[in-house]
Design a protein around this ligand. Structure first.
Ligand code: ATP
Ligand code: MG
Length: 333
């Protein structure tokens, strides 16, 4: 048996291009890996009436980690459809959404950014409890001490392993002292167990400004679901945009890594998708398995190819997925 088994889910659109590219890169590492393929997403739903079959859940559970391509979110409501990633997050209790933002040698990237945003993945406004009374609409935001404590603990442990050892707790407790206050106070209490981590709180609107004006001052950030969603697109924008932003959905038992971008239907099937975000997600996956040296090697190869070319179209170049991936593989070998 191979040392690690990895579940690959192409999903929709450019997922069919970026996952095979990332697989070639993983194969080029020379690590002892075995791949298991599984299905999920909107295309699968249209054919089979469900977005994530039970067989996929079983494969995610049976393997050491999963790499997901992309899932389409239809713009209008489709009867019976559940977003694949959101379903997996809940079903597999992947409570931490981890989104690193590191400077890259591409146009528009700030320099000296090296931060990780940790977004609580299971509650907040994403409990999707909305209702309407005449002309009034109400949405619930659920915050629990348990979920706040475990996301806080995850973020603190992460900060502890890093050089700067700083944790910014992002909140709006000044306006929402009950819900946001519970999140903030629970994490600040937990932080007392990590005296080597410098923990401090930042109100979300101020955090948005500081992230744009001085992103290099941040290390690890932790936020509730919606604030984390918004700020993580901002942090992706700081370092070169969607085509290169990776992420991980991490629980105590399972982990699913995926690019931040969607299925990019406008360019799907053309062989021009940039696989960088998926390759960097694969590097996060290797980190998760404890293969830190190889993870750094992948990241360094990505930066070298981004610097020297060939570049894909979204970054101003002319290379297709294949040509870019070939260059990455030459760099790794
Ligand atoms: P979805 O519903 O799946 O989220 P979307 O229409 O929102 O689809 P995104 O995937 O979020 O599309 O992409 C937004 C834009 O960025 C699109 O124009 C897309 O072509 C581009 N884009 C996204 N990912 C990549 C990539 N990996 N390589 C090149 N361009 C990309
Ligand atoms: Mg999108």
């Amino acid at each position: 048996m191979a040392k690690y088994t990895i579940c690959l889910i192409e999903g929709d659109g450019i997922g069919h291009e970026v996952i095979p590219a990332a697989r070639r890169v993983l194969e080029a590492t020379g690590l002892d890996l075995e791949f298991v393929e599984a299905h999920a997403g909107y295309e699968y739903f249209l054919e089979h009436g469900e977005s994530v079959p039970e067989a996929t859940i079983e494969k995610v559970m049976a393997t050491d980690a999963t790499l997901f391509g992309a899932a389409t979110s239809p713009s209008k409501k489709v009867e019976g459809f559940k977003g694949a990633i959101r379903y997996m997050r809940r079903r597999l209790d992947l409570f931490a959404n981890v989104r690193p933002a590191k400077s890259h040698p591409v146009p528009g990237s700030y320099e000296n950014v090296d931060l990780i945003l940790v977004r609580e993945n299971t509650e907040g406004l994403y409990v999707e409890q909305e209702r309407r009374y005449g002309d009034t609409a109400i949405a619930d935001a659920v915050i629990t001490k348990r979920a706040s404590q475990r996301i806080g603990e995850y973020a603190l442990k992460l900060a502890q392993r890093r050089e700067k050892k700083k944790l910014a707790v992002i909140h709006k407790a000044n306006v929402l002292p009950v819900t946001q206050g519970l999140f903030l106070n629970t994490i600040m209490d937990e932080a007392k167990n990590y005296p080597d981590v410098q923990s401090y709180d930042v109100i979300v609107d101020a955090a948005a400004m500081h992230l744009v004006r001085n992103p290099a001052s941040f290390d690890v950030l932790v936020a509730t679901n919606l604030f984390g969603d918004i700020l993580s697109d901002l942090t992706a924008g700081l370092v070169g945009g969607l085509g290169i932003a990776p992420s991980g959905n991490i629980g105590l038992e399972h982990a699913v890594f995926e690019s931040v971008h969607g299925s990019a239907p406008d360019i799907a099937g053309q062989g021009v998708a940039n696989p960088t975000a998926t390759v960097l997600s694969a590097a996060m996956l290797l980190d998760h398995l404890g293969e830190h040296d190889m993870a750094r090697k992948l990241e360094n190869a990505v930066d070298q190819v981004l610097l020297e070319g060939p570049r894909t179209r979204d970054l101003g170049g002319t290379a297709g997925t294949q040509e870019f991936t070939d260059a990455l593989i030459r760099c790794i070998k």
